[in-house]
Write a protein that binds this ligand. Sequence first.
Ligand SMILES: C[S@@+](CC[C@H](N)C(=O)[O-])C[C@H]1O[C@@H](n2cnc3c(N)ncnc32)[C@H](O)[C@@H]1O
Length: 294
Amino acid sequence: MTIPALSSQPPIYARGPVGVDTTRPSIARVYDYSLGGKDNYDVDRAAYMHIEHVAPRYDAVARANRRWLHRVIRHLAGTAGIDQFLDIGAGMPTTLNTHQVAQYENRHARVVYVDNDPLCAVHGSALLVQNENTRYIRGDLLEPGTLLENQEVTSHLDTNRPIGLLVCGLLHHLDDGLDPAAVVRDYTTRLPAGSYLATTNFWDPADEYPELHTLATKLERAFTTSGLGPARFRTRAQQLEYFDGLHLIEPGLTQLDDWWPPGPPTRPRRPAQRLILGGVGYKQPPPPPQIHAH
Ligand SMILES: C[S@@+](CC[C@H](N)C(=O)[O-])C[C@H]1O[C@@H](n2cnc3c(N)ncnc32)[C@H](O)[C@@H]1O
């Protein structure tokens, strides 16, 4: 019996950034298109249509994601008093960006946007760096030692003070082999006490809504076959691992429009909108030392 030779190629767990290559769809540009942006090409619109074929009006997912992000930033920059944000996988500039929401609450709030797609950094630097409190840099979540040690980040954010770490719509693009929970833990263990992690991720609700499991599987396949690389729909238990060592604040890990909704729903929720969860974790300060009576 002949044993087939193993490929010498390393396994692909995450797709490299596409940048200005107009022959391959890019996650950032497809997302931009789904939000009604102009920074996208035919190849991106074709990839988006491929996904829409499985889940009509898929743009509802991107919009729900942005609404969630805005509510979270408002809470963090307002009530929670966070005045510095690290937004990893920030994407293309869009209508309402992190610094605009944060600085509406606190005009001194500082924001560093990061994306590994060079095109995002180019557009971002041009359009988002509107004041001395915002920066847009090219960087990778998977950078050795984490972005919290990146000099461009540390020259703008004080990593000894609480930070709002935003990792939205990104971790599901990392394949299981990269162990996204371990990647996140690398960040949260380095964050100072008083910091927050906010994250949104595709969800496979097989245990809670088995009827939606098939749609999750189809969407996972549609992302891959459209050339966008991995898009993993993970279970709630898998996503809860992202909050290891953190206190998950109310209302917990929920469908996006269930996280402190701003008012009555304006339209029925699309099935694909139910396939993404968001949550915010708080890194509590260590308890005060016990005083022992002699
Ligand atoms: C779907 S967009 C999300 C944009 C924004 N965070 C939001 O939630 O509205 C995902 C972004 O993550 C970026 N990205 C993917 N892998 C990344 C990595 N390893 N490091 C940094 N950015 C990454 C993509 O280029 C893309 O712009």
